[in-house]
Design a protein around this ligand. Structure first.
Ligand SMILES: [Zn+2]
Length: 279
């Protein structure tokens, strides 16, 4: 089966991350493939392990030199025998934190390279910098570096036993999540937390405190986790973003985000006082 067949004719490329912890030959590594246009799938075997490949000149190396690579695959590339495509989101709870972070980095570097083939200043075709993560314009020398999108996510409590959970309007499942949104130009993270909460659910919050962060490669976000306390206001939904929101008692929670997501860790943190970091 090739990728074309796997995606039922969707025009996609696939990304590929390699990791070599145990192989002695540095020309070989394990791989991870992610689709670009769909839900970012990876190719894994039945044990969720990555296939081995030979390193190519066009691969992006990172972390430990040749030991970890990222690569774009093309639609005609074959899925190795015995491997399958699985969305990366589904692998988050199966993989270790470090495996997910490597995959996250690979996805974002490949996406950045793919989106910066031309100079955004003068329009000339760019070249890959030999040693840095930079796409360089040979005509005007403008350097384009990978960027992350800062995105705040907030767990809001009321009193000592209630938590605000909200349903994303685009998500048709029963799952409730947390208030989240992109940081705007010129705004502090704390201001972003207050603005997003007011916009999405009409509430004022206080005592905004930083908790933790997580790279989130869908497509290139850095999730910055905060906790905040309810201050005032009645819930008024921003209907294009949020379909439902309410305060839930700690012992009467609806379905919440899966283990491995930062939202899960945040909810566990406020309800069960669990640390945000396991390591
Ligand atoms: Zn240029």
């Amino acid at each position: 089966m090739n990728l074309n067949e796997a995606y039922s004719g969707l025009k996609q490329q696939a990304d590929l991350l390699s990791q070599d912890n145990m192989l002695k030959d540095e020309n070989y590594a394990q791989q991870l493939m992610n689709s670009i246009l769909s839900a970012m799938n990876s190719i894994v075997d039945e044990n969720l392990q990555l296939p081995k490949v030979e390193k190519l000149a066009s691969d992006i190396s990172f972390n430990s030199g040749d030991q970890i690579i990222a690569r774009d695959l093309f639609i005609e590339d074959q899925i190795p025998e015995g491997y399958q495509l699985i969305p990366i989101r589904q692998l988050i709870s199966q993989w270790t934190k470090s495996e997910f972070e490597q995959a996250s980095r690979a996805v974002q570097l490949l996406e950045w390279r793919r989106n910066h083939k031309f100079c955004s200043h003068c329009g000339h075709e760019t070249e890959v910098h030999p040693t840095e993560y930079a796409m360089v314009c040979p005509s005007c020398r403008y350097h384009q570096y990978p960027r992350v999108q800062p995105c705040i996510i907030t767990v809001i409590t009321r009193g000592d036993n209630e938590i605000l959970l909200a349903k994303n309007a685009k998500n048709k499942s029963k799952m409730y999540g947390l208030i989240a949104g992109f940081v705007e130009v010129g705004e502090t993270l704390e201001e972003a937390v207050k603005r997003e909460t007011l916009e999405e659910v009409g509430l004022h919050v206080k005592n905004v405190q930083y908790l933790s962060s997580q790279p989130w490669p869908f497509p290139s976000n850095l999730m910055l986790a905060f906790k905040a306390e309810y201050e005032s206001g009645e819930i008024v939904l921003q209907e294009e973003e949020i379909s439902e929101a309410q305060f839930f008692k700690f012992d009467q929670l609806p379905e919440t985000p899966f283990s491995g997501s930062i939202a899960h860790a945040m909810i566990e943190h406020v309800i069960h006082n669990k640390p945000m970091h396991k390591d």
